[in-house]
Unconditional design. Sequence first.
Length: 230
Amino acid sequence: MSGFNPSPSTFGAEAGHIEEVILDSLLDSDGTAFAKDVDSFVYAERFAEARAIAYLWHLNEQLAKQWDRSRATVFLSRWEAIDGVTPLAGATDADRRAALVARLAAWMAPPTLQVVRDFLQAALGSVFTGLVPTSSAQAVGSVPGGAMIPGGVRLPGGPWTSSVAHIAIGLAPPASMPDYTFYALAGQVAQAVDDLLPAWATWDWFRDGASGAGFVLDDPHNLDNERFDS
């Protein structure tokens, strides 16, 4: 048995308990004037002191971990409130920590398409199918006085507007995923994407059914948020 383990007993050799290190230090500080036998009063007092000090040491170590999103436990809900992350029903602590880490990484990264892809892949997993940017050839826009874009695209006169900065986010939930889970998963990235993309960019998401892009009469979501064409 061991008095330095939280469990009632341990099996095999185990060394390095902080309680034991503290106890040895306390006993050494008494010098040679006191008996240090295991069944002595001095040993019992120093043992109790060592356990109390070790408890505070462990408590401080646990508190230090809470400031790290990748290791937080009791502070998980607090970080989620600070970062604006809503955990999905049934999410494990590991899933919640991963979402917090991804959110923090997005804040510190430039808003390139690759960064947006990486963030959505981390947040949505296999539900995320990719980004569909709008090419300049397909863009609709206008500029004061009109303009000709290299490649033969002419913009009419009007205010500064363009759909070239619009990004469509493709989603495709697996057949086993309930709608309420899918919409909760898609909805929780809305604020994060708004924070990640620059102010001049716009975005939206769409879902593809089992048949992919296009109108399918028997698909229950084809009039909701699936895209009618590619």
